[in-house]
Design a protein around this ligand. Structure first.
Ligand code: GLV
Length: 326
């Protein structure tokens, strides 16, 4: 029996690749960098399934070049702003993602960034490595405390709730703005973003990237934050107007920022944000733990294989493609 033909746009963990290889005739892109658009368009021609990463833009053109036999697109990520989902839905193609399994890893990183920015950890390490540490000093590298302060979560989905759970252990009061979310882990809803920004000493963003969140963190947003506040972003870089963030950080309008995501990615080394001591930036590592990446690879493979078999995907972004509700 001939195996379905698939393309995997990058090497993912063996936990997923082994499943893909067993069930499919798979071509796996070996390069460290993603395939260019041109190469992607060449590779998708005649495919039955595509397993892609958040670095690949999948739209109507890619799906049409692939051809009408394409049965499934599986994204190795929980976020899916790299995929034009309505284009897939219009062609009856289910799209899978990897929710749930990366919640704890991403919340851990959000918390690590929050603590590191509050206590100037990466700046302190740079200071030490530069040979500037001459003696213990009562006023060296002073940061801000967590206990008794307020953490404001913009978005209270799985990851936002997991951050709230961690915050309780650090003596933080947690508020959130997320219409329709149920209060959990002692967190209190507020009725507007303005109220959240006025009350919060720490603001952490946990929303998907969409029309209403693109550039949400702009000059106006930052001006409403408290002067000693810390801003954390582990969602998507395009949620933030980086020029406005740079201004807020250089004018001490806020204390510090910590970013796992930037716009664009990778962040060019010429970015002014990289000149700032009070801006901590890491290269989109929210889900980067061994177990989480194994789980993501496995789930992405299972979504792909289910789609190839004509079964419902374990995690489908556009369930409206299943008109018969099977
Ligand atoms: C990572 O950012 C993801 O969406 O999985």
């Amino acid at each position: 029996m001939t195996k379905p033909k698939v393309f995997v746009t990058r090497i993912i963990r063996d936990a997923g690749l082994d499943l893909v290889r067993e069930f499919c005739d798979a071509e796996i892109w070996q390069d460290d960098l993603p395939p260019t658009r041109e190469v992607l368009l060449e590779k998708v021609r005649g495919l039955d399934g595509l397993l892609c990463l958040l670095t690949d833009r999948i739209d109507g053109e890619v799906l049409d070049v692939a051809g009408p036999q394409l049965k499934v697109v599986s994204n190795h990520a929980v976020g899916f702003d790299n995929i034009v989902v309505p284009d897939a839905t219009a062609r009856g193609i289910p799209v899978g993602n990897t929710p749930g399994i990366l919640t704890d890893a991403t919340a851990d990183l959000a918390f690590a960034l929050l603590l590191a920015a509050a206590r100037r950890v990466s700046e302190a390490e740079r200071y030490l490595r530069a040979g500037k540490w001459k003696t213990w000093s009562a006023s060296m590298l002073l940061g801000v405390d967590l206990a008794g302060k307020t953490l404001g979560l913009v978005g209270f989905g799985r990851i936002g709730r997991a951050v709230a759970k961690r915050a309780a252990g650090f003596g933080l009061r947690v508020i959130y703005f997320s219409p329709n979310a149920t209060p959990e882990f002692g967190a209190t809803p507020v009725s507007s973003l303005d109220e959240l920004l006025h009350q919060s000493d720490f603001v952490s963003v946990h929303t998907p990237l969409n029309q209403s969140t693109r550039q949400m963190v702009n000059a106006e947003f930052l001006a409403k934050m408290k002067p000693n506040a810390v801003f954390v972003n582990t969602s998507r870089g395009q949620v933030v107007d980086q020029e406005a963030l740079y201004q807020a950080l250089t004018s001490s309008q806020i204390f510090a920022a910590a970013l796992d995501v930037t716009d664009p990615e990778p962040l060019p080394m010429t970015s002014p944000l990289l000149t700032l001591e009070n801006c901590l930036i890491v290269p989109h590592i929210g889900s980067a733990s061994e177990k989480t990446r194994d789980d993501m690879a496995r789930l992405a493979a299972n979504n792909l294989i289910a789609g190839l078999k004509g079964e419902r995907l374990p995690h489908c972004i556009n369930p409206e493609v299943y008109t018969d509700n099977k």
